[in-house]
Write a protein that binds this ligand. Structure first.
Ligand code: PBG
Length: 325
């Protein structure tokens, strides 16, 4: 007997059927738009290493959020750059800190936007590390940092944040933040944990944007070794046990295997952060005409979705939203 010949091409010939059988899709519903807020008024400064990305003062940030929302973006991730920095990163948790003011302004003008905040000290410390420094060891001291992360997360929730995202990578921070949120009446605020965060060179352009380059040493004592995949399971398991609601992998494109692995091993939603370096590479090559920027952008996001991410944090969010519209 002759078997009928299977021809995959049959389902590709017509746009309608091609879309019907598409396994993965990009929807604005799953995108988060990261934004940088700086002190001052009427400030809007381009980030040189990230074409198309700007840093805004609170007043203009609100305009940007409104515009993005108009395009269909539903959720943002906020990073703050304070007026002054000190050893402890005090400006991270003060009542009228830069992020706290930004949250209040956005919630007043654009309450439907879902506001996520990055919880970390590196933008606020004079040394640029994500935690307090043990001067003798010249390294971050893990446990004493937890209290400051708790304060920061609670101050964001008080200002009106919908969700907090700790990115500092101190051990035990998710449990500590969960406890502090609960004690202060914020049981309903979820935690999206940067559970699997590699010590990556792809963060380069971000450090220009956030002014958070470490003044000495690097982050390898608290961020993960890019060579390790199994370690991702240990980090994710810890955060899950401590009460994380969403697990994040960061960066995205060089770690698609890790996203896939977490998708197989955990039932929690998975987020992936397409970081600054990933964005800048696509933009730079696109500007030179070496690649088709729009198509590479969509393909890169599809890859991240296919690997298993539910949520994608991407500087392309607004652009994608307007394209899908
Ligand atoms: C640090 C933080 C970083 C990023 C998000 N949160 C930088 C770092 O760990 O050095 C990087 C994001 C990006 O590169 O787009 N709290």
């Amino acid at each position: 007997m002759m078997f009928p010949e299977y021809r995959p091409r049959r389902l590709r010939k017509n746009e309608t059927i091609r879309r019907m059988v598409q396994e993965t899709r990009i929807s604005v519903d799953s995108l988060v738009y990261p934004l940088f807020v700086v002190p001052g008024k009427k400030v809007r400064e381009p980030v040189e290493a990230m074409p198309g990305v700007e840093r805004f003062s609170v007043d203009l940030l609100v305009e940007e959020v409104k515009e993005a929302h108009g395009q269909g973006v539903r959720s943002i991730l906020l990073f703050g750059i304070p007026e002054k920095k000190d050893k402890k990163g005090t400006q991270a948790w003060v009542k009228h800190g830069i992020v706290q003011r930004a949250i209040e302004a956005i919630k007043k003008e654009c309450p439907e936007v879902y506001v996520i905040t990055d919880v970390c000290l590196c933008e606020y410390t004079s040394h640029g590390h994500c935690g307090l420094i043990d001067e003798r060891k010249k390294d971050v001291s893990n446990d004493p940092t937890l209290e400051f992360l708790q304060k920061t997360a609670v101050s964001h929730a008080r200002a009106g944040a919908d969700m907090v995202a700790p990115s500092d990578m101190m051990d035990g921070r998710v449990g500590a933040i969960r406890e502090a949120l609960d004690e202060n009446g914020f049981e309903d605020i979820p935690i999206m944990s940067y559970a699997v965060k590699y010590a990556s060179s792809f963060y380069g352009p971000f450090r220009e944007a956030a002014e958070s380059t470490p003044q000495f040493g690097d982050r390898r004592s608290y961020q993960m070794d890019p060579a390790n995949q199994r370690e991702a399971l240990r980090e994710a398991t810890l955060d899950l046990e401590e009460g994380a609601d969403i697990l994040m992998v960061k960066p995205a494109m060089p770690y698609l295997d890790v996203i896939h692995l977490l998708r197989q091993e955990f039932t929690l939603p998975i987020a992936a952060y397409q970081v600054s370096g990933e964005y800048s590479m696509i933009k730079a090559a696109g500007q030179r005409g070496w690649i088709d920027q729009e198509r590479v952008m969509m393909e890169s996001l599809l890859g991240i979705r296919r690997a298993g991410a539910d949520i994608i944090i991407t500087y392309f969010a607004k652009e994608v939203a307007s394209r899908l519209k």
